[in-house]
Structures are given as C-alpha cells and as structure tokens.
Design a protein. Structure first.
Length: 175
C-alpha cells in the first residue's frame, strides 16, 4: 500500500466560514517545516519562509480571490561550483478558487483562470509551498561564475545545425 503524503507546511482555510470582507492571514514556517520543505525542493536550507494572504469571497462569481505575497531566504548549491548560495525570494501571486461542485463544465471547459477546491478546504500552507517551488532559481550560479566556465561542456553551434537522424540516413545508404 502506498504511503500517503503529508504536507510539510499546512494551514487549512474553510471558505464557508469567511466573511464578505477581505481577510488577512500571515503565516510563518517553523524550523521543522522549513527543513522538510528544503528536502522536498532539493535545497540546502530554507532559512525563512513567510506568507501574507488577503482573501475575499466573490459571491456573485461564486468564487474566492486569494492574493498572496511570499518572502523566503533559501540556500542552494551553485550548479557549476556547488558552492552554497543564499537567495532571497519575494513573489506576489493571485489565485481565484471555485468550489468543485459549482463549476459549470460547459462554460469553464477551456478556462484556466481558476483553481477548484474540494470539501470546503483550501490549504494555504501548500499553496505557499507550491508558489515557493515555482519561484526557486532552477539554475543558481555563484557570483563570478561566467558562461566561459561552461564552454567546454556546451555543444558547438555546428552540432546544433546537424540533423538528429543524420547517422541513420548514412546507414540506410550503405544497404
């Protein structure tokens, strides 16, 4: 039986309990949560991780608008030298949620501008973790590491122009 995954950082919001006014939530990940998230994202460490959410029900649209700000300090290794680098991340994001059973599939089939939520539950911690994952530099480089260091490992421009199946064509001609 597969082990059920537990979220590393969680804060459950129940949309049915929201007032009609904008509500503010501030979350800070504790040391053990940051450690688990750094392991999940392949980072050396997450030194700080803070979120600010402003949430407002949109009753006419039968939706909930979430505006968020993410502040994090992460340590990750340079992809060239493997030297640990500290990066500061500040991101803003906005998500519109609709309850799964209120989504009109005929109208919304091709619309990508909302996220569904289920059973009156939105996990703000997991939303923040997902946004952090998107904001992390996938190819971090230490200061002073230039493209010249990578030149011996890069393909030459002539190699890029060659056809990928050129070798197969040569074999076919030999028959």
């Amino acid at each position: 039986m597969a082990k059920e995954l537990e979220p590393e950082f969680t804060f459950i919001l129940h949309p049915s309990e929201l007032e009609d006014v904008e509500t503010k939530y501030e979350l800070t990940a504790e040391s053990d949560e940051r450690s688990a998230l750094s392991k999940r994202f392949g980072l050396t460490a997450i030194e700080s991780f803070n979120l600010i959410f402003k949430i407002k029900p949109l009753r006419r649209e039968n939706a909930i608008r979430l505006r968020g700000k993410l502040y994090a300090s992460v340590v990750q290794n340079c992809i060239v030298s493997l030297i640990p680098i500290k990066n500061t991340i500040q991101e803003e994001f906005e998500i519109v949620f609709r309850e799964e059973n209120h989504i009109d599939r005929a109208v919304c089939e091709d619309v990508d501008d909302f996220e569904p939520f289920f059973e009156d539950t939105i996990d703000l911690g997991e939303i923040g973790a997902s946004e952090l994952a998107l904001a992390i530099d996938q190819y971090p480089r230490a200061p002073g590491i230039s493209d010249d260091v990578m030149k011996p490992y890069l393909r030459k421009q002539d190699d890029l122009k060659s056809k990928p199946f050129g070798g197969l064509a040569a074999l076919k001609r030999k028959k």
